[in-house]
Design a protein around this ligand. Structure first.
Ligand code: DOR
Ligand code: ZN
Ligand code: ZN
Length: 405
């Protein structure tokens, strides 16, 4: 048994001085110091209240194998759950792989990740999912979970896997975290544009549905206009006008409308505009299972950074204006943003050094979510309870990863 003593604890509900009792690989108790100086013992230690100052002496007497570690006032939060990473394996391992990226996650305090399906082959079948699970197991990356990708044609197959499991591979609903729908195409061209397929997925409420919202037609038209104006030499600043706020808003309206109609367990991935913040605020009233994710890309950068960073800042959706960033920070503070996904999307430097049309979209960021969040919390006076919630606890709720203490 281990007692992490003299810590500053931050959970989704509460922050303050306290201690954590660990039994093997499980947390056996979280003991906050109450206002009157008392602390409630974990039920495994009797459950009564004693003076906080006596906690380590008392538990040392009770458990003779207790190791007390003095945390000296440092902050302890639960490990991060990043439900949105692109780890590139299989098929794109020149960019990165499950081994390297899962270690980067751990280095950034992220102890569970969920990998997106736009690999090669894409994770759109039980067989492809089984292959990925096998790779992660081989690499000892047991903190990597996977989302299954939706296509225009595989919805019936997904429904079958959820209902009955896949006999050939043994894959069943417990083997994937959620369903990923690209309502706008990005790296990997996994666009779902069939109205029927979308309706069917949104009506399926056994699994969380994660959507990338950017209207394809709007982007195409904007890109054509930019090409007409600039030829092949489109400046990276134009990314915001090509992958425009209008493209995001249009697609997000469509997703929210369907999710309100079907009561979908919808997660809007990486929202990037102030309009989407307001839409989420309204939509949650009719369907509280709608959740919103943003990434640190949009909390940290703004369009003022394009001239300095060029292709390094090219990601989909695009980074928008400073007022969008501010609205997202306020939404984080108010609890409208439910989760922070890194949208970790590594590419080779050689690929990123191409011109606008060639340079792929995405930033490698899984290791930096926590430092960015803590800095933003400091700048905006956001309590650590909010950070603990968006970094970890809410995702545990959405994906059913909570275990009773
Ligand atoms: O910028 C992005 N990069 N957005 C996506 O939707 C996909 C990702 C990737 O996989 O490169
Ligand atoms: Zn996306
Ligand atoms: Zn993504």
């Amino acid at each position: 048994m281990i007692l992490l003593h003299n810590a500053y604890l931050a959970t989704g509900e509460r922050e303050g001085d306290g201690a954590i009792l660990i039994d093997g690989d499980k947390i056996a108790g979280v003991c906050f110091k109450e206002k009157d100086g008392s602390s409630k013992l974990p039920s495994s230690a009797g459950g009564m209240s004693i003076p906080y100052e006596m906690l380590s002496d008392y538990l040392s007497r009770k458990f003779d194998n207790l190791q007390v570690i003095d945390i000296q006032g440092k902050c302890i939060m639960a490990g991060g759950i990043d439900a949105h990473v692109h780890f590139r394996e299989p098929g794109l391992i020149q960019k990165a792989d499950i081994g390297t990226e899962s270690r980067a996650a751990l280095a950034g305090g992220v102890t569970t990740v969920m990998d997106m399906p736009n690999t090669n082959p894409p994770t759109i079948s039980a067989a492809a999912l089984k292959e990925k699970i096998g790779i992660a197991a081989e690499k000892g990356a047991n903190h990597v979970m996977f989302h299954l990708g939706v296509t225009n044609r595989n919805v019936a197959d997904i429904q079958r896997i959820i209902n009955y499991g896949d006999e050939q591979t043994g894959i069943s609903a417990k083997d994937f975290a959620g369903l990923k729908v690209f309502m706008g195409s990005s790296t990997g061209n996994m666009l779902v544009d069939s109205g029927d397929a979308l309706e069917e997925v949104f009506a399926m409420n056994q699994k969380p549905v994660l959507v990338h919202c950017e209207d394809e037609q709007t982007i195409k038209e904007n890109l054509a206009k930019a090409k007409e104006k600039y030829g092949e030499d489109i400046p990276f600043e134009e990314h915001e006008n090509i992958r425009s706020r209008r493209a995001c808003i249009k697609s997000t309206i469509k997703a929210l409308e369907m999710a309100m109609r079907h009561n979908t367990r919808l997660t809007l991935c990486h929202i990037s505009t102030k309009e989407e913040v307001e839409m989420v605020r309204a939509a949650k009233i009719s369907n509280p299972d709608i959740t919103a994710e943003t990434s640190c890309n949009y909390l940290w950068f703004s369009d003022e950074d394009y001239p300095r960073l060029g292709s390094k800042l090219k990601c989909n959706p695009s980074v928008k204006g400073a007022s969008d960033r501010q609205a997202l920070r306020e939404a984080l503070s108010q609890g409208l943003i439910d989760t922070i996904g890194s949208d970790h999307a590594p590419h080779l430097e050689s690929e990123k050094s191409g011109n606008y049309c060639k340079a792929p979209s995405g930033l490698p960021s899984v290791q930096f979510t926590l430092p960015v969040l803590l800095t933003v919390a400091d700048q905006e006076e956001i309590p650590l309870t909010r950070i603990a919630s968006v970094f970890s606890e809410k995702a545990a709720d959405i994906y059913g990863l909570k275990e009773a203490v």
